[in-house]
Design a protein around this ligand. Sequence first.
Ligand code: CAA
Length: 261
Amino acid sequence: MSQYTNLLFEVKDSIGMITLHRPKALNALNTELLQELSNLLDRIKEDTSIGIVIITGSGEKAFVAGADIAEMQTLTAIEGRNFGKIGQDVFNKLESLPQPVIAAINGFALGGGCELAMACDIRIASEKAKFGQPEVSLGITPGFGGTQRLPRLVGKGRAKELIYTGDIIDAGEAYRIGLVNKVAAPDELMNVAKAMAEKILSRASVAVQLSKAAVNEGLNMDLASGIAYEAEVFGLCFATEDQKEGMTAFVEKRKANFSGK
Ligand code: CAA
């Protein structure tokens, strides 16, 4: 099972299931948890038996209630920057994991919790989930990527409103503004996340991973460079067995049987 203090991890049917598990602090992100997550992501990256990852929070109430306020309370400016950098580095690692990552957001996703969800590829929220970047109420800015990923997801105006007001929004509003992909009944959340994971796993995995890289890298480039990057990954697909299988299956009017090669 798990060798971590603040995380649970298991692999079943090619799905790596990460549960953030710090129940006494609503799964708040302290340095120890972030380091454990970083180590786990290094492991997952190298593990070709894992085709997709789902991240959720333990307990009924929270996905993640933010970065650990008790740990941050006495930090100096230099220490604050270093703490922010630890979170940013882990979330960058998560975002650039080769495998797709689905956040199954079971409850509060505030501050660092919302930022963690935004570093995932796809967000599925329970009807009970709540989102927000309440940092300015604490005298700080978002520090684990929120000022950058939120406007990229929901647009500059909505991101600024959420960040300046610190408002907490429910899952319906998060869906309306494009912060989450889907909303599910609380009891159905994991089933919906797993069904999406299984659908993605049934596709050609190299093509899925290259698509992920193209979207992520392209968003950091100008359009012409992104289009050129796409041409490269598109070409690469023709070196895979799955491209041959996918197109042969189409021509033969049968379901493709992908090998991941
Ligand atoms: N850090 C540390 N501990 C936290 C925490 C956090 N972010 N959020 C909750 N906890 C702890 C509480 O201190 C409490 O501990 P005790 O039982 O020892 O007192 C326990 O978790 C349960 O929390 P509450 O009693 O507050 O639970 P609630 O149901 O009344 O409220 C909540 C839930 C609305 C989520 C509330 O806990 C809350 O507002 N939490 C803080 C949310 C927040 O401001 N997050 C942003 C943090 S800053 C950040 O993330 C910066 C960044 O970008 C990197």
